[in-house]
Design a protein. Structure first.
Length: 269
């Protein structure tokens, strides 16, 4: 479904039992809502699952203004309001995890629990050349094409890439489908990310997941988040790089379901 929220058209899918608790899934930069396909069968058995495309990704539009992380969090808050969802469990990977942190800081009343996967809470000035390089690459006539193979190499370990060519082609398609202006706008938002000092404000029960071989948002960054959020749990997924939910779907889904179902049991006591 496409939902108009002010000047933004958001592509979203809502599936699973109507009376079940809601889980919202937020994808990485240069992907779209189909990224969560490996988790959908397990999640939709227990939850009402909301997936959406971040602005400028998948089927969502890209307004002209450059967003910041607060804008990206405001987008999902507005979507929740439009759908009449007053509270949700929120699962975000990479950019989605950054959006989840901002949402939980700014609008804690919406968040039942928080899962932050393969993500960071801040980028220092030393990362600006990296982001500018990606922005410059996406600004050319070929769109995101120059970024496809470098992204694939960061996102997945070499053994997984070699053993799963069909999965790699599927992921390449997601990257290529990203609107260049959407990618560039979100790069600007992530370049300015600076949430670490605000993490102690998060009150929702939190699980932090990270692939052991993640070069983009490494274990050290996940440890910073887990230590700063009160009572957060950290789980490291072996033999996985950045997009751990695709590289190790069974392990990722096990951690995710175990955490979410435990929250439901606690809430129902």
């Amino acid at each position: 479904m496409h939902i108009q929220v002010e000047d933004l058209r958001i592509n979203a899918h809502l599936e699973g039992p109507e009376a079940a608790p809601v889980v919202t899934l937020s994808h990485s930069l240069a992907a779209h809502l189909d990224m969560w396909r490996p988790q959908m069968a397990a999640l939709s058995e227990h939850f009402r699952v909301l997936r959406y495309d971040v602005r400028g990704h998948g089927g969502s539009s890209m307004p002209s203004q450059i967003p910041d992380i607060a804008t990206l969090a405001e987008d999902i808050r507005n979507l929740l309001d439009t759908l009449g969802i007053t509270h949700t469990h929120f699962v975000g990977l990479s950019m989605g995890g950054m959006i989840g942190q901002q949402l939980a800081i700014a609008y804690p009343e919406y968040i039942e629990s928080l899962v932050l996967a393969d993500t960071l809470s801040s980028y220092g000035d030393e990362h600006r050349p990296m982001w500018q390089g990606r922005i410059d690459a996406a600004s050319g006539v070929d769109g995101l094409e120059p970024l496809v193979e470098p992204t694939i190499r960061r996102w997945f370990t070499e053994p997984f890439r070699r053993a799963n060519p069909a999965v790699m082609d599927w992921v390449r398609g997601m990257i290529r489908a990203t609107q260049p202006q959407g990618f560039i706008g979100c790069c600007h938002a992530l370049m300015a990310l600076d949430l670490t000092d605000h993490l102690p404000l998060i009150t929702a029960p939190t699980l932090v997941l990270v692939g052991r071989q993640d070069p983009t948002t490494p274990v050290a960054g996940a440890e910073v988040i887990a230590k700063a959020i009160p009572d957060a749990r950290l789980a490291i997924i072996e033999n996985a790089a950045h997009i751990a939910n695709i590289e190790q779907p069974e392990v990722f889904t096990h951690h995710l379901l175990d955490f979410l179902l435990d929250r439901i049991r606690r809430d129902n006591k």
